[in-house]
Design a protein around this ligand. Structure first.
Ligand SMILES: NC(=O)c1ccc[n+]([C@@H]2O[C@H](COP(=O)([O-])OP(=O)(O)OC[C@H]3O[C@@H](n4cnc5c(N)ncnc54)[C@H](OP(=O)(O)O)[C@@H]3O)[C@@H](O)[C@H]2O)c1
Length: 299
């Protein structure tokens, strides 16, 4: 069994590596030695020739694609590059996976939705991205489904955070330690996803018969933490856990203009992934505490 994981230096890539390396024997079918983690230096998704060259010499049973162009604001200026990495590279990966008879597990985003729904998004709801990042990720999903109508799986996650790299938690901790107050938007709702939880879910899925069996129709699944919250609520909880005395002012999105528009509410329904793969959805406060305990141990 050879399993490729792309994006090894990203939040999710690092979280999968951690989970794989702490589980000495993943199950009867997988061991940590089955996994190969690659970064941009090994496999550059912005280059068609880098992709074809890499796979000329490497064949896999499962490809887990965690690499993506994730700079939501910068994508507005770098639409072509974002489209190459999030869309065209996925089309090429799907074609390669199909030729190699490999399974492809790809990560997408809640930003494929416009955020105007008043009910939690289900997988069949109509996407309508409102920024370049969301448009390129949706194009990637659609290309994958068209090239690989079978044997692939897409997980849409939202608001990913972890103990790695720069993210909302590290930004808040930095600001909270040097300022008496910060202003955070209270009218963008969603659900934070702890990358460690998503890594566990991915490893559960690749063990599952429903994923492993050849000829399964390609499906989309939603995954995030439980409960719908605002960034403001998230920031308050981070300071509470860390016992940081910093006031969190509640502001509206229009008071904090950004180059890319953000959807108002992308809370997703996770019933499908729970039902099909028996995946546990974590309470967001519990997972945030877990992540921040690990962060503290790293200091
Ligand atoms: N972060 C979020 O809030 C969020 C929310 C919903 C969905 N998602 C999706 O979840 C997945 C994982 O996100 P994440 O938070 O782990 O992202 P991340 O931390 O930004 O990691 C993305 C990785 O992609 C790599 N990458 C970028 N351009 C590349 C290229 N040209 N060739 C090869 N690798 C390249 C980056 O490499 P370098 O380290 O070399 O830059 C980075 O390691 C992505 O598909 C993302 O779209 C993320």
């Amino acid at each position: 069994m050879k399993i490729l994981v792309t994006g090894k230096n990203g939040q999710l890539g690092k979280s999968i590596q951690k989970t794989v390396n702490t589980d000495n024997k993943i199950d009867n079918n997988h061991s940590p030695n089955d996994f190969i983690f690659v970064g941009r230096g090994d496999l550059d998704l912005s280059s068609e020739s880098s992709i074809s060259q890499y796979f000329k010499n490497n064949k896999f049973d499962i490809i887990i694609n965690c690499a993506a162009y994730t700079q939501v604001d910068r994508a507005e200026q770098e639409a072509e590059l974002a489209n190459q990495i999030n869309h065209l590279a996925i089309k090429q990966l799907a074609s390669i996976a199909s030729n190699q008879q490999a399974k492809l597990l790809h990560i997408s985003t809640d930003y494929v939705f416009d955020g105007e729904s008043d009910t939690p998004y289900i997988e069949t709801d109509r996407p309508n991205p409102i920024n370049v990042y969301g448009k390129t990720k949706l194009a990637g999903e659609q290309a994958l489904q068209s090239v690989m109508p079978m044997n692939a799986l897409i997980i849409r996650a939202s608001w990913i955070y972890s103990e790695y790299n720069n993210n909302f938690i590290s930004t808040m901790l930095k600001l909270g330690k040097k300022q008496d107050e910060v202003s955070v938007v209270n009218d963008q709702m969603g659900s934070p996803t702890y990358a460690g939880d998503l890594a566990d879910a991915i490893l559960e899925i690749i063990k599952h018969k429903k994923f492993r069996d050849v000829g399964q129709t390609t499906q989309i699944y939603h995954y995030s933490g439980e409960e719908e919250i605002s960034w403001h609520r998230f920031a308050k909880e981070i300071f509470k856990i860390e016992k940081i005395e910093c006031e969190v002012n509640s502001i509206a999105t229009k008071q904090y203009p950004t180059p890319a528009k953000r959807p108002r509410n992308t809370f997703m329904n996770k019933d499908k992934i729970v039902k099909v793969f028996n995946i546990k959805i974590s309470n967001w406060e519990f997972s945030l505490n877990t992540c921040m305990t690990i962060l503290k141990q790293k200091q």
